[in-house]
Design a protein around this ligand. Structure first.
Ligand code: ADE
Length: 245
């Protein structure tokens, strides 16, 4: 997968290419990240990327020309991309959108700054994406969130089993995890995890995931289609709640 980012702060984006899973995926050639400095696509001496808004008002607006120059260059060299603009006005990023985006192989993310971008740049944009209902100083952090989250779904980046079991992909929040020591100052790891009985462990994990989801995200629980293990786990859960009452 090819992901390109166009920004006035390329160093911000570079950071995520250097660490952890993403760095490994880049090294293995599964993901390629190209970072473009918008200023390189200006034609004036001062490399101007913003200007005053027509009609007045506060702040500055990102100029159209550098974007038009960028897309001309990009299409000539890399083909036609799927273009994302990070903006608080966009669709809110969620797991379904992340999965959908992970199937595209040529993505350009435009990082907005200042008051906004000249509306004519919208001709290039396929999708406006927000990472939540709050306003950031620019689109670089959202671009990093988008890159990180979609990369995880690209085959070969994370093992399939981890993805299948994690929060949202199962429709439930994740179950609790434990590692050594077995007893930390009297805080014990649940006995079932040492039983060696995989079926029992699976039902216990599902029960914990269902409990957590019911408590913290009932909206997700209501959308969940229950399979046989969910049903068995729920029966156990209700029995326990009943005996604890
Ligand atoms: N730019 C500024 N705030 C943003 C947000 N919440 N999501 C995406 N891009 C943004």
């Amino acid at each position: 997968m090819n992901i390109s980012v166009v920004t006035i702060f390329p160093e911000m984006i570079e950071v995520i290419t250097k660490y952890g899973v993403l760095a490994q995926a880049i090294k293995e050639g599964i993901i390629k990240i190209n970072i473009f400095n918008l200023r390189d696509f200006t034609k004036d001496k001062h490399k101007t990327v913003d200007d005053y808004p027509f009609g007045g008002g506060p702040g500055m607006v990102m100029k159209p020309e550098p974007f038009f120059n960028f897309f001309e260059f990009y299409k000539e060299n890399y083909g036609t991309p799927y273009v994302i603009l990070t903006t608080p006005q966009g669709d809110t990023l969620n797991n379904d959108l992340v999965k959908e985006l992970s199937k595209k192989d040529n993505i350009v993310i435009i990082c907005g700054r200042y008051e906004g971008i000249d509306e004519r740049v919208m001709n290039f944009v396929d999708k406006e994406i927000s990472i939540g209902d709050y306003v950031l100083t620019g689109g670089e952090l959202p671009a990093m969130v988008i890159i990180d989250s979609i990369s995880r779904f690209v085959p070969g980046v994370i093992d399939k089993e981890s993805l299948e079991n994690e929060s949202f992909n199962t429709g439930l929040l994740d179950h609790p995890h434990y590692t050594r020591p077995r007893d930390y100052n009297g805080n014990k790891v649940p006995e079932v995890l040492f039983s060696g009985n995989h079926k029992k462990i699976e039902i216990w994990r599902r029960k914990m995931a269902l409990k957590k989801t019911l408590e913290k995200r009932p909206d997700l629980f209501l959308k969940k289609e229950l399979d046989l293990i969910d049903k068995k786990a729920l029966i156990e859960l209700f029995r326990e709640l009943d005996t604890n009452a």
